[in-house]
Design a protein around this ligand. Structure first.
Ligand SMILES: Cc1cc2nc3c(=O)[nH]c(=O)nc-3n(C[C@H](O)[C@H](O)[C@H](O)COP(=O)(O)O)c2cc1C
Length: 222
């Protein structure tokens, strides 16, 4: 698979088979991704790979916090505080596509909440990845991190694996740091579900759209 093919094939997958992912494959994907560039070769990334009982422990705690309506507060502000166009419509479309694939009605808040809660189980993927970096690292390292994350997803795609990047997994950063025994000032970036796609699951049956390049590119020549 070449890079263009991997870029087109990668999508966020939210239902997985129970097939386990071999350690060797995980190491291969993470090694490939470590070739990602970073300013002055900082390599800000640190990754926790969770499966089995450790994944279960973390997901139980996250689900408990969610059920108790504990306040969510990521270590950084990911989304805009108020949404304007075109982002507002794109966000709405993103949710609508998923709920319509799952046949969850707009007014069925209970089912929507259940679907959101699946985030905290990493959608039952066999592997949950948690990404974090040291406290002293700054905004530039978030750029580096994005490149690393996409590199993981492309390398995983090449290996026949499926992924879903997840901000939801770091909505309760103090819980994650506690379970992983990390310093309290670590910066939790995001999580990721990783495993094999359940190709029969309705939630995996759609693709999100992209604006054409004429909408976001300006060519200057003279
Ligand atoms: C950093 C990051 C965090 C995300 N967090 C979540 C999440 O918490 N839950 C979720 O279901 N999808 C999450 N997504 C997936 C996006 O919704 C998805 O990438 C977007 O809708 C485009 O669809 P695609 O990935 O299938 O191309 C996240 C994506 C990124 C890049």
């Amino acid at each position: 698979m070449n890079v263009s093919e991997a870029l087109e094939k990668r999508k966020s997958v939210r239902a997985f088979t129970n097939k386990t992912v071999k350690q060797e494959l995980l190491e291969q994907v993470l090694t490939s991704a470590s070739h990602a560039p970073s300013g002055v070769n900082t390599q800000p990334w640190q990754v926790a790979v969770l499966s089995g009982s450790k994944k279960q422990l973390l997901q139980d705690k996250l689900l408990e916090a969610f059920a108790a309506r504990q306040e969510k507060k990521m270590d950084y502000q990911y989304y805009p505080l108020s949404w304007s166009e075109p982002y507002k419509s794109r966000r709405r479309e993103c949710g609508m596509q998923m709920y319509s694939a799952l046949e969850i009605a707009r007014e069925d808040k209970t089912k929507q909440i259940e679907q959101w809660a699946a985030n905290y189980r990493a959608f039952d993927a066999p592997v949950m990845l948690l990404f974090y970096m040291d406290a002293e690292l700054q905004t530039g390292s978030y750029l580096d991190y994005g490149m690393f994350l996409q590199s993981i997803m492309l390398a995983a795609t090449e290996q026949g694996l499926a992924t879903c990047p997840q901000a939801a997994l770091v909505e309760y950063p103090e819980i994650v740091k506690d379970v992983l025994n990390l310093p309290s000032d670590s910066q939790m970036i995001c999580g990721m579900a990783l495993g094999y796609e359940d190709v029969d699951a309705a939630v995996n049956s759609y693709r999100t759209q992209r604006a054409g390049i004429s909408e976001f590119v300006t060519f200057f020549s003279t």
